[in-house]
Design a protein around this ligand. Structure first.
Ligand code: DI6
Ligand code: FE
Length: 422
């Protein structure tokens, strides 16, 4: 132990892409120093601005070996917990069937509902772990996971419990969203309003009561729920004190974004068909636009989300995997960075902000997403020279180490690229 040490760890010999607003692009600090104390960032700045010689400031000094540190990555929209797969539908779509045709014929989401209802909690966890592990290998430290493949009380709650368990089994923060309004279940095929009634009277209150829902989501679309039905779900969420978010304007302009904004939604997601008025509404309510290029790609969508419109209105943009078995069987947030740039024409800096600063905001978390003093010390050290490399390369994972609440993950300790120098 160093006499008079104030911090637990001090990282040196690295640059920091802090993603803080207002400074250099990426909030970049070259020749940076990052001090960590009690799981929080205590110092984020230039090494030259350290208040004392490094060895006297921390119990442990770590060498970043010339890499780049970013905030821990945040995947703010996933349907990661489910049973089965939809590879056969993938074949059908390649043969010409559309996503909506398959959904109307009882496949799509409902096929995953059948497979998910058949699994107990352990089996759901086991099926989901490989997907989670793939995301963690790329530096994800916070993930949102939705229900929505149960569409009846027990399975919805089981999905949410499985999601919580994943957060106990792995070094990641899991934020759950109740998405009982994902599709109309077969039992209510001819009475969707009765399902919404059950959802608002029983399913959602049970999830809230059990502490299993951090937020409430819905799919507002012609193949799912109308704006009027979505409003009922949101009103119940509000009464229960839960924030809302919405799958909006994915396949058509249903006015979902304006509805989400009216309820002060944390985020409105997808948004390919977002109108000018919808964008203005999101801006007014401070709602984050979560873009999902994986679903755009897999569905061979041609309608681009109006990125310029979002920029003009000053709507914060986040990016996420939408990891799900139908429209986005993708477990790589780094690939999503590349797709955000190549398909949606985001800049690499916007893309990185989309999986850090703005993704945190989309989850209502104000203690992460940027590297700044006082924030949670969730960070990733990358073996790269410039942050644009994260969006640029495909199939290469340059992660050298993940830091969660101040601690380098045990599996990354002793990693070739990271050595403790004292
Ligand atoms: N939109 C989507 O892209 C996913 N859910 C949603 O509301 C798709 C889910 C699935 O096809 O299983
Ligand atoms: Fe989704």
């Amino acid at each position: 132990m160093v006499m008079g040490a104030v911090w637990d760890t001090l990282w040196l010999n690295l640059s920091a892409a802090t993603m803080a607003v207002g400074g250099a692009p990426y909030g970049l600090i070259e020749d940076a120093a990052i001090g960590i104390s009690g799981g929080r960032l205590a110092f984020v700045g230039r090494r030259a601005d350290l208040p004392a010689p490094p060895g006297t400031l921390a119990h442990r000094v770590r060498d970043g070996e010339g890499g780049v540190m970013t905030p821990g990555l945040i995947d703010c929209h996933t349907h990661l917990v489910y049973g089965g797969d939809r590879a056969r539908e993938f074949e059908q779509r390649l043969g010409g069937a559309s996503y909506e045709d398959i959904a109307r014929a009882g496949g799509g989401i409902l096929s995953t509902v059948r497979a998910t209802r058949a699994l107990d909690e352990d089996a759901l966890v086991a099926a989901s772990l490989p997907r989670l592990d793939a995301l963690l290998r790329e530096g994800v430290t916070t993930i949102e996971i939705k229900s929505g493949y149960g569409l009846e009380t027990d399975t919805e709650l089981r999905q949410l419990r499985a999601a919580r368990r994943l957060g106990e089994l792995r070094p990641v923060d899991v934020r759950t969203s109740f998405l009982g309004a994902h599709a109309v279940p077969p039992e209510f095929r001819d009475a969707p309003d009765a399902y919404v009634d059950l959802l608002t009277r029983e399913m959602l209150p049970r999830a809230a009561e059990a502490g299993l829902a951090d937020a409430v989501d819905a799919f507002c679309e012609r193949i799912a729920f109308s704006p009027a039905q979505t409003r009922c779900v949101f009103a119940r969420a509000r009464a229960l004190g839960l924030p809302v978010k919405l799958h909006a304007e994915q396949l058509s302009d249903s006015g979902g974004a304006a509805l989400a904004a009216e309820f002060g939604a944390l985020s409105a997601d997808h948004l390919e068909y977002l109108s000018e008025a919808g964008a203005a509404a999101l801006a007014r309510s401070g709602t984050v636009a979560v873009l999902l290029p994986g679903a755009f790609y897999v569905l061979r969508e041609t309608q681009l989300p109006p990125v310029d419109r979002l920029r003009r209105h000053g709507v914060p943009i986040a990016l996420a995997t939408d990891c799900n078995p139908g429209s986005s069987p993708i477990c790589s947030l780094l690939l999503i960075l590349n797709m955000g740039c190549m398909l949606f024409r985001l800049t690499p800096e916007e893309a990185l902000a989309g999986v850090t600063r703005n993704a945190a905001r989309a989850l209502g978390l104000d203690d992460r997403g940027v590297l700044a003093a006082g924030m949670r010390a969730d960070a990733v050290l990358w073996r790269i020279a410039h942050p644009a490399e994260l969006a640029y390369a495909i199939g290469l994972c340059p992660r050298a180490g993940t830091i969660r609440t101040g601690e380098l993950l045990p599996q990354d300790v002793g990693h070739a690229a990271i050595s403790a120098s004292r």
